[in-house]
Design a binder for this molecule. Structure first.
Ligand SMILES: [Zn+2]
Length: 375
């Protein structure tokens, strides 16, 4: 996000949680607003250190709420078979990075609703907790922050339900149009326009504010610009994806594939493949059968001195079951498997015979060609 470094703080339910550098800015902003303005007016005449402590703890609790909101999206997406790369907290809250699109409109709908629903449940829980604490006579510095957490979580739910992609409400809109029309591209187009319209509205409110002498809404302009950009990008991305859905892998595969015999040494392989080759991964064959894939990065991990005695078979990855596809498989269906941290290539097999190999560079070439045709 924004090209800033992000910090991995751990894993929740097996999903990596990262904090973007821009998050620290917003954390500081929330904590300082609570410390210098919200708490001094809600709880007058306390020591400054009380405000600082309450501001810090409450801001932290708010961000835990945000993580729970994102985690709900992620867990519901994963339950439907979508892989989650990570949850990242950044300037405008959180984002669950999914490696593929939800499986259908129904799934997209529940994934999008899971976050705001979680925020509503948190808001209701905090709200009744604060009422209960106040009723039993607990000190006000306990229930005032809890009241704030109820209000902020409710605001978060409502804001996210605004119907502008990529906000949750925009995703709900996309799921509905997708479900009604059966056309994901059309649905994304509408959702994308809704996001751009909402972004423009935010900017208009900010401009209106400035014309009336207040800079209080200026952050809306930044957010509006951000929303519009993401919304427009989402449609472009979907356009590329849809065009990839029409192309079978056999049209872009490298064929005949360059093979690495299982019995040769890494030394021999380095001389015959790496020097002239343009690929990073090669199918490994033994007795005419593909037994695995060899990755040049893996080869480079072996000390150079051992290259003459280590064979290709010894460093090859053997679990290739899920990277074997039929020639007619659409390109968009294999994209997730071409990610750099995944298998990185798929093998196209026709009637038991290896017909070709598809890597990321084959897809990039296709995307470039498609883009040129459109221009
Ligand atoms: Zn959300």
């Amino acid at each position: 996000m924004f090209g800033l470094p992000s910090l991995r703080i751990g894993k929740l339910f097996g999903i990596p949680l990262e904090v973007d550098a821009s998050w620290f800015f917003i954390f500081f902003l929330v904590a300082s607003t609570l410390t210098t303005s919200y708490f001094p007016s809600a709880l007058p005449d306390r020591e400054p250190v009380t405000y600082v402590a309450l501001g810090f703890v409450t801001a932290l609790a708010f961000f835990v709420s945000l993580v729970l909101h994102e985690l709900a999206h992620s867990l519901v997406a994963r339950a439907g078979g979508v892989r989650i790369a990570r949850v990242t907290l950044f300037l405008f809250g959180g984002v669950s990075q999914m490696e593929e699109e939800p499986k259908g409109p129904g799934h997209e709908f529940v994934v999008a609703m899971a976050g705001p629903l979680t925020s509503v449940v948190l808001a209701v829980t905090f709200w009744f907790s604060h009422l209960w604490l106040a009723a039993v006579g607990a000190p006000d510095f306990l229930w005032v922050p809890i009241e704030y957490l109820a209000l902020i979580n409710f605001t978060l739910a409502i804001f996210n339900l605004l119907p502008g992609f990529p906000l949750d409400g925009g995703r709900v809109l996309r799921a509905i149009v997708w479900g009604l029309s059966g056309d994901l591209l059309k649905a994304t187009k509408w959702a994308s326009r809704s996001g751009q319209a909402l972004g423009t509205l935010f900017i208009a409110v900010a401009v209106f504010g400035v014309l009336n002498g207040t800079f209080d809404f200026i952050w809306l302009a930044v957010m509006g610009w951000f929303l519009s950009t993401l919304a427009a990008g989402a449609y472009q991305q979907q356009l590329v994806r849809s065009s990839l859905a029409e192309v079978p892998v056999e049209r872009i595969m490298s064929s005949p594939p360059v093979l690495a015999p299982a019995e040769i040494s890494l030394d021999e392989m380095a001389h015959s493949y790496v020097l002239g080759g343009r690929h990073k991964r090669y199918p490994v064959v033994q007795d005419g059968r593909v037994i695995g894939m060899v990755d040049l990065d893996r080869v480079n991990e072996v000390p150079r001195a051992d290259w003459p005695v280590v064979t290709v078979a010894e460093v090859a990855a053997r679990d290739i079951g899920d990277i074997v596809v039929a020639p007619s498989t659409p390109v968009d269906a294999v994209l997730a498997r071409l990610e750099p941290d995944g298998p990185g290539a798929v093998l196209v097999v026709e009637e038991g015979r290896l017909a070709g190999i598809v890597t990321r560079s084959d897809v990039i070439r296709l995307v470039r060609e498609t883009a040129q045709q459109r221009d």
